[in-house]
Design a protein around this ligand. Sequence first.
Ligand SMILES: O=C[C@H](O)COP(=O)(O)O
Length: 226
Amino acid sequence: MIPSFTDLASRIDHTLLRPDATRSQIVQLCAEAASAQFATVCVPPCYVRFAADELRETSVLVCTVVGFPLGYQITKVKFFEAHQALTDGAKELDMVMNIAAFKSGRLEEVEEEIGQLAELCHFKNALLKVIIETALLNEEEIVTACKLCASAGADFVKTSTGFASRGASLADIELMRRSLPSNIRIKAAGGIRTRVAALALLAAGADRLGSSNSLALLEENETPAL
Ligand SMILES: O=C[C@H](O)COP(=O)(O)O
């Protein structure tokens, strides 16, 4: 079933994570999110407090990133980053999994790190999304990463940072949905540019979408393209 405008908007994180993002662009992002009623604005950590202030009289939440975009920061650094973001007003954190440790077979360390951040988020009534960066993983690794995120207490598993060689694909979402328990949600992100692509990702099992082109996803009359 095709979601209504409001339902679709409520599944989107209106995202601006470019390194050259300015304060005035964050003001515009927040105004657009309030008007369209997106789920969150996803902003760089340095703008969390500012965005929370801009959105204080709206229902739009602030989301930010941790260990972004490469994921190989040590746990103490990620924990501090997460703690500061939550103190500044973030209600959702998109944390990059330690892909380097994962690829080295150090799965317990990866799970322990996610578990620490999940516990912190839940203590502060916030949600943790874990970015596994599917562009860097094969199918077996995607399945393993999903199971590890689920057992560590993540609320969502997210496909991509938007800074790797590719973003979310339908195949990623289908595989992730098959690999995750039904209570763990999926966020598709990276390169989602059209309403047709957005609807296909939702139909494949995504619960949330992250896009730096969110307004276009709400447009009804686009040229179909994936
Ligand atoms: O987390 C979300 C991504 O950074 C968004 O990627 P995008 O800029 O390709 O839409």
